[in-house]
Design a protein around this ligand. Structure first.
Ligand SMILES: NC(=O)c1ccc[n+]([C@@H]2O[C@H](COP(=O)([O-])OP(=O)(O)OC[C@H]3O[C@@H](n4cnc5c(N)ncnc54)[C@H](O)[C@@H]3O)[C@@H](O)[C@H]2O)c1
Ligand SMILES: O=P(O)(O)OC[C@@H](O)[C@@H](O)[C@H](O)[C@H](O)CO
Length: 381
């Protein structure tokens, strides 16, 4: 079995590549980082180490790599694989869709074997979004064939993989916990399920639970931690005020998730406790600026802060801690983050009221907009 994984970064090597290799796939990585691609080609292997007291280490071997700019090679690899996965970042799904489309076209000219394509990005309906981009590059005839043969099941992936700083640039340290859920209803007949992946009949409650607990909590710690001058998630969690705010925000999204999807309250409290423990892993050094990256994406209507806040509002729950996290995100001014720079320039030239409304999609005059501004002004002083 062959798989092409696009995006050989932290989660790509530390989770997706590892799991696919253990599931019996020959993994071919695609990336545009030339030194990384060359090293993967030379070594054909890399190590993944667990962030625990034993530092359990696994060698992932038999992997290959292709430069993502070489679309012909990417297409050729996809044409001979059963599975394509991505972990490049939501904003790059459009870019990588061209190579995937070329691969589908090549594959269909040779065989009518099924293909499974999964976007492993932190978003709702990531594979469906990728499918829309891919289809813009296909003729109507190929689209009709792809409708019968190519599945784009949506997924939720969960494993904290920080930015790596090792002598061996391929090595990845990951947290021990992992979860990869895939929506079975998105599979066409004849598609093989991947060993180690948990297929569920309905993904929506699970992707919302993951994004609005792990990622909402994570972003709250990162933005408040950054404002308090902390460098890492662990250091921020050791600040009692931040640790309390995170507890509150997860209780807030917890009430929303329980009301919207019927999760069992006791089980959900356990889920929250487990996630808070993951954020306190002493063997993991995760920088706040990684977790806070791309604040405009994180403040967008379908993401981890605004979506649950609006859901809560509709349910009669005042999202005051979500509003606080949004206010902290609006203050994120890290100069090496392109979105943070763009955000701060926009606020400087157009003012916080207009920019908050434009980025979150929550109009001026809406009670949540007023709440965000109130928190923003109190955090800024
Ligand atoms: N790191 C985590 O803890 C984690 C966990 C779950 C999900 N995710 C999601 O996975 C995605 C990747 O995150 P990451 O932390 O691994 O980021 P990363 O920056 O470490 O990895 C992204 C990789 O994509 C590559 N890339 C960029 N443009 C490309 C292109 N056109 N073609 C091929 N490769 C390209 C980059 O060179 C990089 O190696 C994001 O959507 C993120 O939200 C991350
Ligand atoms: O990857 P992002 O930028 O969407 O979010 C940053 C972190 O919250 C995220 O990468 C988590 O580590 C991951 O989602 C855990 O499963």
């Amino acid at each position: 079995m062959k798989a092409v994984h696009i995006g050989a970064g932290n989660i790509g090597r530390g989770f997706i590549g590892l799991l696919l290799s253990q599931a019996g796939y020959e993994v071919c990585f695609v990336d545009v980082n030339e030194p990384l691609v060359k090293l993967l080609q030379q070594k054909g292997a890399y190590t993944v180490s667990l962030a625990n007291s034993f530092h359990d280490t696994t060698l992932v071997s038999g992997v290959s790599a292709i430069n993502g700019k070489d679309l012909e090679q990417v297409a050729e690899a996809i044409a001979s694989s059963e599975l394509v996965t991505t972990a490049v970042g939501l904003a790059l799904l459009d870019t990588v869709s061209i190579g995937i489309a070329k691969g589908i076209e090549k594959r269909m000219s040779r065989s009518s074997a099924p293909l499974q394509i999964i976007a492993c990005e932190n978003t709702i309906d990531g594979s469906s979004q990728l499918k829309d981009y891919v289809y813009t590059h296909l003729s109507q005839d190929i689209r009709n064939k792809a409708n019968q043969l190519v599945s784009f099941p949506n997924a939720a992936v969960d494993r904290i993989v920080p930015i790596q700083h090792h002598e061996d640039p391929l090595m990845v340290i990951v947290e021990p916990f992992y979860e990869w859920l895939v929506d079975r209803s998105g599979l066409l007949p004849g598609v093989a399920e991947i060993a180690g992946v948990h297929y569920v009949d309905q993904l929506e409650p699970y992707i919302q639970r993951k994004l609005f607990t792990v990622n909402t909590g994570h972003s709250c710690i990162a933005y408040l931690g950054y404002l308090s001058g902390h460098d890492t998630i662990l250091e921020s969690m050791e600040n009692p005020a931040i640790s309390l705010q995170v507890q509150h925000i997860l209780e807030e999204t917890g009430s929303i998730l329980i009301r919207s999807h019927g999760f069992n309250p006791e089980e959900h409290s356990q889920y929250i406790r487990k996630i808070l423990d993951r954020f306190r892993n002493p063997y993991l050094s995760d920088e706040v600026v990684r977790v806070a990256r791309s604040p405009i994406r994180k403040l967008s209507p379908n993401d981890r802060l605004v979506y649950p806040a609006l859901q809560g509002f509709d349910l009669g729950i005042e999202p005051k801690y979500l509003a606080l996290a949004m206010a902290a995100a609006l203050l994120f001014d890290y100069q090496e983050d392109a979105e943070a720079v763009e955000l701060q320039e926009a606020i400087k030239s157009r003012g916080i009221h207009q920019v908050a409304a434009q980025i979150t999609g929550i109009p001026e005059g809406h009670p949540i907009h007023a709440l965000i501004i109130q928190k923003y002004l109190s955090l800024r002083t």
